[in-house]
Write a protein that binds this ligand. Structure first.
Ligand SMILES: NC(=O)c1ccc[n+]([C@@H]2O[C@H](COP(=O)([O-])OP(=O)(O)OC[C@H]3O[C@@H](n4cnc5c(N)ncnc54)[C@H](O)[C@@H]3O)[C@@H](O)[C@H]2O)c1
Ligand SMILES: [Zn+2]
Ligand SMILES: [Zn+2]
Length: 396
């Protein structure tokens, strides 16, 4: 089959690789019909996650049709021919964490648990196509995907919705939802969202679904002006951080006290807010003195109102420097974060789509053949051709 392969930092190729096979009795093989490129994939391709090996298959936002099931897959839950989305975390459904619906913390599915145990103190779940830190599982930017514990990890979908209305249930739609849901949003709350990539776009819409009084979207108007426009189309007030002082604007928009909720939908590759800060983080990461560039986190802590909530869906990998812990502690901020517990949110969020409360297909700007994945990565990273979200078509 064809698959998008990580070769080296900044090098993705589409190659022919062996078809996946049933390895364990509860595996399924899914023939993929749509599979997406995520901002999290950029961290791998940009070399920020040091646990990739040449030949690893990328991708963790897939959907398709079940082609084959192992003998122990629960036939009442899943059978050949079912249409499914596959959440990016691989869960067992039975462990301490899964029983508490903390599926991305599942401690049964990461076959290389010793790596996160050393890096983070405990393991985290396996993830498709997301380095050997999360188990080294083959990813979904391919024609076929092997799904372990398939009756837990394949989520059945109805036949009457278009792929683009449901494929994002695998990741960015629940991620935007969890980022907002974590913050117990009230009707008079002002919510500020940093980053208008695909995750930011879903966060903005989900904050509105959850009843936020005012949503403010922040990004760079020079490189991502079209993304700010997509946020404005959803009803957000926008701030161009190249042209405006983010802190001053946020104070103006929140009666001088700062937003109640600040959401970092950017993560470890954020751009600094001054030339000094950008150079500082570049030098520190190049010298391996820090692994992450936490410019947005610093600014969000500074801007958030005392007693407010800071939510961090943006991915961090290791260590960041100059985090203003004094402000964080003295202002009494609450931090909520995590890889998304996707399985938990799928039924509720599918229902929102069915009821017409959100149509996730708004985010798709490009649908291209899987064979053009390197081009897809290029336009997504460089923000060419007004790219927000790339969906790859394995059958084209
Ligand atoms: N928690 C989870 O489970 C989960 C799931 C999916 C993605 N993510 C993470 O969410 C983040 C966003 O993903 P995406 O697909 O939207 O990525 P993306 O790269 O398309 O979007 C990031 C946006 O942030 C903007 N940005 C950069 N620096 C900024 C700054 N200083 N201020 C404001 N905006 C800034 C960029 O211009 C870009 O538009 C990534 O870190 C990704 O890894 C997390
Ligand atoms: Zn993702
Ligand atoms: Zn589990």
């Amino acid at each position: 089959m064809k698959a998008a392969i990580w070769c080296a930092p900044y090098k993705v190729k589409v190659e022919n690789v062996p078809d996946p096979k049933i390895l364990n009795r509860r595996d399924a093989i899914v023939r993929l019909t749509s599979t997406c490129i995520c901002g999290s994939d950029l961290h791998l391709v940009d070399g920020f996650v040091p646990f990739m090996k040449p030949g690893d298959i990328l991708g963790h936002e897939p959907m398709g049709i079940v082609e084959e099931v192992g003998p122990d897959v629960d036939k009442n839950k899943l059978k050949v021919g079912d249409r499914v989305i596959v959440p990016f975390p691989i869960a067992c459904g039975e462990c301490f964490f899964c029983r508490r619906q903390l599926f991305s913390c599942c401690d049964n599915t990461n076959v290389k648990a010793y790596i996160p145990e050393q890096a983070f103190g405990q393991t985290l779940s396996g993830v498709f196509g997301y380095s050997h830190l999360t188990g080294g599982y083959a990813g979904g930017q391919a024609e076929f995907l092997r799904v372990p514990l398939a009756d837990v990890n394949c989520q059945k979908m109805p036949g009457d919705l278009h792929d683009h209305q449901i494929v994002f249930l695998s990741d960015i739609y629940p991620t935007g939802y969890m980022a907002a849901w974590h913050c117990n949003i009230q009707s008079d709350d002002t919510v500020a969202v940093w980053g208008c990539g695909p995750v930011g776009q879903f966060t903005i819409r989900c904050a509105m679904l959850l009843g936020a009084g005012k949503v403010i979207a922040i990004d760079n108007g020079r490189t991502a002006g079209y993304r700010l426009k997509m946020a404005a189309d959803a009803g957000a007030i926008t701030i161009d951080n190249r042209a405006e002082d983010v802190y001053e604007r946020l104070m103006d928009l929140s009666a001088g006290i700062g937003p109640d909720v600040c959401i970092d939908a950017v993560g470890l590759e954020s751009h600094g807010h001054s030339p000094m800060e950008t150079v500082y983080d570049k030098v520190e990461t190049n010298l391996m003195l820090e692994s992450d560039r936490p410019a947005v986190l610093r600014q969000a802590i500074e801007c958030c109102r005392p007693g407010g909530t800071l939510s961090i869906p943006g991915v961090y990998g290791g260590f960041g420097n100059k985090i203003p812990l004094g402000a964080l502690m003295n202002k009494g901020l609450t931090i909520k974060t995590g890889q998304t517990h996707v399985h938990r949110f799928v039924p509720e969020l599918l229902d929102f789509v069915r009821k017409g409360r959100i149509d996730p297909s708004f985010v798709v700007t490009h649908r291209i053949p899987l064979s053009q994945a390197p081009y897809g990565y290029h336009i997504f990273r460089e923000k060419k051709d007004d790219c927000v979200k790339v969906v790859l078509d394995p059958a084209a």
